[in-house]
Write a protein that binds this ligand. Structure first.
Ligand code: CTP
Length: 390
């Protein structure tokens, strides 16, 4: 893989040449980009010698748009060490030097950061908020680790060791889905009662959006079919967003794209029923005490895709259960012809609708079973993708 190592101005920059050496040993092509402050800690000669390529550190030196040609060349950007400053700049969209400009241009491609700073700086709410922002865009963080820091204190803030960074790059399987197309469904569906009312549910779409971003981060083209949600895909150019409202619209969009996909992950909370009739005006109270709404069943998108599935396509469904969780999930897996089912148990705290975390059990048709701890939805998304594509 073609990897750009970005180096910023922290004492851990002295480990960057070792990271470059290990990446090259693992068979990657490496080029370096450094900030002005990084070059106070590690020299241009060292970085150019270990990488075997010219260093990119001056936005204006060549008079060309090198941040764009380097962005086109690189398949992954690893920032090690990543200071609080570079994390804050990317989170705010600031591009005032060579590396920060390259980082913004790299939008939509995989970025890994290995933060390193004093423990109080790491714990600062601004830094934590910025890190969460970057993670929500699909940027992966490796570390920081706990230990003795250069400033003499002990705490969380040490850069992960170069070998750990190399291992983390391998585990994430960046770009392993290059050339593949995946379908993701997300969010709730709204089923209209009349021109101003609908039946809906509390799904936020966060899990589906995290899946779409993680698939794009692994190199796939993504068709994201989402019900009503305020979420946006912020960085990835590889995600085609299809916004729909009802289960039937979601069905039409999903069945249209599925034949062109290598796989599909259906995380949407689709309404099982819709009103038999939708009034084209606002229904008035009719004077009586109660009102009866007749409901009819919606098409089951997941079961339909299970019936359409060709050899080589992977189909993943979700199950949200409150009791007999595993047995119910297993039954759905078989009935809908799935390869994997991701089980959310509403009994687990921090899992389910609206929250930023999730805890899942991924059950495979082959009898495999992967259980996650409570993780952010971004981390759960990566775990699901690693499991169903391995
Ligand atoms: N699903 C779908 N189309 C539907 C209903 C559900 O694609 N009309 C998908 C969901 O996206 C999810 C899985 O099916 O991946 C959930 O299965 P489902 O049988 O609907 O679960 P429940 O709604 O929990 O079903 P039940 O009421 O039978 O427990």
């Amino acid at each position: 893989m073609k990897i750009i190592v970005g180096i910023t101005g922290g004492i851990a920059a002295y480990k960057a040449p070792e990271l470059v050496r290990l990446l090259k040993k693992a068979g990657h092509e490496v080029r370096c980009a450094a900030t002005e402050h990084a070059l106070e800690f590690v020299t241009r000669v060292t970085l150019e010698t270990v990488s075997g390529a010219p260093l990119y550190s001056d936005l204006f030196a060549s008079g060309r748009t090198e941040h764009i040609s380097l962005k086109d060349w690189g398949e992954m950007l690893v920032v090690a060490p990543a200071t609080a400053n570079i994390i804050g700049k990317v989170a705010s969209g600031i591009a005032d030097d060579a590396l920060s400009t390259l980082l913004l241009a790299f939008s939509g491609k995989p970025v890994v950061m290995a933060p390193a700073m004093n423990c109080e700086m790491w714990a600062h709410p601004a830094v934590q908020r910025n890190v969460e922002t970057l993670k929500s865009w699909g940027i992966r963080m490796v570390g920081p680790a706990e230990g003795e820091l250069a400033c003499g204190v002990s705490g969380v803030g040490r850069m992960a060791e170069p070998q750990q960074i190399v291992d983390a790059i391998g585990e994430g399987g960046p770009l392993k889905l290059n050339g593949e197309r995946w379908l993701v469904t997300a969010g709730p569906t709204y089923e209209r009662i009349d021109s101003v009312r609908f039946i809906g549910n509390y799904s936020s779409g966060k899990m589906g959006f995290a899946l779409a971003e993680a698939l794009a981060g692994a190199g796939a083209e993504v068709e994201l079919v989402t019900g009503p949600t305020s979420l946006n895909i912020s960085t990835s150019q590889r995600v085609n967003v299809h916004r729909v409202e009802s289960a039937r619209e979601m069905y039409a969009a999903a069945t249209e794209v599925f034949p062109r996909c290598h796989g599909a992950i259906l995380s949407a909370a689709v309404a099982d029923y819709r009103p038999a009739e939708c009034a084209d005006h606002k229904l008035k109270k009719n004077g009586s005490e109660g009102m009866t709404l007749e409901l009819v069943q919606n098409p089951d998108i997941l079961a339909t895709l299970g019936g359409m599935k060709r050899e080589g396509q992977t189909l993943v469904g979700f199950a949200l259960e409150t009791d007999n969780e595993e047995a119910n999930a297993q039954r759905k897996l078989e009935k809908k012809n799935l390869d994997y089912i991701v089980l959310n148990s509403l009994r687990d705290k921090g899992a389910g609708f609206g929250v930023d975390t999730n805890k899942v059990y991924i059950i495979g048709r082959d009898g495999s079973r992967t259980e996650s701890p409570l993780l952010s939805k971004q981390e759960v998304a990566r775990l699901i993708i690693n499991t169903v594509t391995s």
